[in-house]
Write a protein that binds this ligand. Structure first.
Ligand code: PFF
Length: 454
């Protein structure tokens, strides 16, 4: 089949910003604080950082490399490099994970959209009493119309951007908004640190109590490392497929990781200084930032302005991640099934919306409907983040380390990074060892342990 000319990022920075746009999102600002809160704070955070450094970093390089080498979507890429049905199915599993993640991700993104309106309407002025902000959140999410309505609005926005394609939609949006979000988080961090009682939040974040760690905590830390970096399901592979051979893959991966980790840690400081200064509970689950941040805004001069700006930027950060989720599915149908981009966006946007409805209802009519002790929303999150993404990472590292072969992978990795590997040849050796042994063995052990098998 003749290859259709494919779009590419317009510049080197284009890839980094778009990939960082995919990585930085609700995973950093919404999910990281609440899972850290549920899993005991500092000890969990150290485990998470360890997972990033020794597992996620080499896998991220591998994933981008497969994408850039093949210039295909996850399924097409494995087809091209191996052709074996098993590996094609691994690509397919990534597409399925993307579809599942987007379905609940867009529900939370909808909350963020809804909070822009709450902030503009001045609803954040009544939150001086402990618990009032949390009660406000619970009230909102108990409304089916509010939950499903904003979820639908967010899906429509995501579809609109993916519809317009890589450069016009995805790249342009990320360039302006990402730096702005970063600056605002730093302002909020300063406000958080100067709140009375902030030091208890810092203690919770950075003073580990190892007794709280179990096999399941390690799996959640690993799942969070994959989720936050958009790793293990082909999003980075797909973005890498629009990258030029002149770009430096290891340095780009490092940039993405540094940015993503900084945003998560800063968000942790913002949220936990506020949680402890206001006497909130760190363990309330997915509503955590919606419980605490409005209180911080009420305690700031110009609070309404900052609140509106914050939820606009959070929604945009969510959007730059959501488009990468939808893009994976769309790229597959465009590349391999010859669908038009427009048709793929409309069909899969609609199916994602359908799958997301039970997640949106998990906070109201389906709140008591539990599978394995989890709501539908919790189950989607658990299966995709904690099972499918690490499993995807396991297969990607086995594929690059053992199946594709370093004699083919390494020359491709060196393109654009010649100087780096000439000056520091040990980096290549280290990557080979990690991708071949450390990453697959560790992921395998963590999965077995969490399943109770070891
Ligand atoms: N990395 C995104 C975040 O932290 O919000 C979430 C995500 C996006 C996960 C894209 C997976 C993905 F493919």
């Amino acid at each position: 089949m003749a290859k259709v000319a494919r779009e590419q990022w317009s510049s080197k920075l284009g890839f980094i910003l778009a990939a960082a746009g995919s990585a930085v999102g609700l995973g950093n600002i919404w999910k990281f604080p609440y899972v850290a809160g549920e899993n005991g704070g500092a000890a969990f955070i150290l485990l998470y950082l360890l997972c990033i450094a020794i597992i996620a970093m080499p896998v991220l390089v591998a994933e981008i490399l497969i994408g850039r080498t093949t210039q295909r979507n996850p399924v097409g890429a494995f087809k091209q490099l191996s052709g074996k049905p098993f590996w094609v199915a691994v690509g397919g599993m990534g597409i399925l994970a993307g579809f599942m993640i987007l379905s609940f991700y867009a529900v939370v993104s909808g909350w963020s959209l809804g909070y822009i309106v709450e902030a503009i309407a001045g609803k954040f002025y009544d939150f001086n009493e402990i618990g009032s902000s949390g009660a406000h959140f619970t009230n909102l999410t108990q409304s089916v119309v509010w939950n499903v309505g904003y979820f639908a609005a967010f899906m429509a926005l995501t579809m609109l951007i993916v519809y317009y394609g890589v450069q016009n939609g995805i790249e342009r949006g990320s360039k302006i908004m990402m730096p702005l979000l970063f600056i605002l988080l730093i302002i909020l961090m300063i406000r958080g640190l100067t709140l009375d009682g902030a030091e208890r939040g810092i203690d919770f974040l950075f003073n580990p109590d190892w007794s709280v760690i179990t096999g399941k905590t390690v799996l959640v830390a690993l799942g969070q490392a994959f989720f936050t970096l958009s790793l293990g399901m082909g999003a980075m592979l797909t973005y890498g497929s629009y990258m030029s051979k002149k770009d430096n893959i290891p340095i780009s991966a490092l940039d993405i990781i540094i940015l993503d980790t900084l945003v998560a840690l800063i968000s942790g400081v913002v949220i936990f200084t506020a949680v402890f200064a206001t006497g909130e509970n760190p363990n309330v689950g997915p509503g955590l930032i919606f419980h605490t941040l409005p209180i911080v805004f009420t305690k700031m001069p110009g609070g309404i302005f900052f609140a509106v700006l914050f939820f606009i930027l959070l929604s945009i950060a969510a959007l730059t991640s959501a488009i990468s989720l939808l893009e994976v599915v769309v790229a597959y149908f465009v590349d391999d099934k010859n669908w038009s981009r427009h048709k793929a966006v409309i069909v899969f946007g609609f199916f994602t919306f359908l799958l997301g409805i039970p997640s949106a209802l998990s906070f109201n009519v389906l709140a008591d409907f539990k599978i394995f002790g989890l709501t539908f929303f919790g189950l989607m999150d658990y299966i995709s983040s904690n099972i499918l993404l690490p499993l995807g990472g396991l297969f990607i590292s086995i594929f690059v380390g053992w199946v594709w072969g370093f004699n083919k992978a390494v020359p491709n990795l060196k393109q654009g990074a010649e100087k780096l590997f000439d000056n520091y040849p040990w980096m290549l050796t280290l990557w080979k060892i990690f991708i071949r042994y450390f990453a697959p063995v560790l992921i395998f052990l963590v999965l077995l342990n969490a399943l109770g098998l070891i």
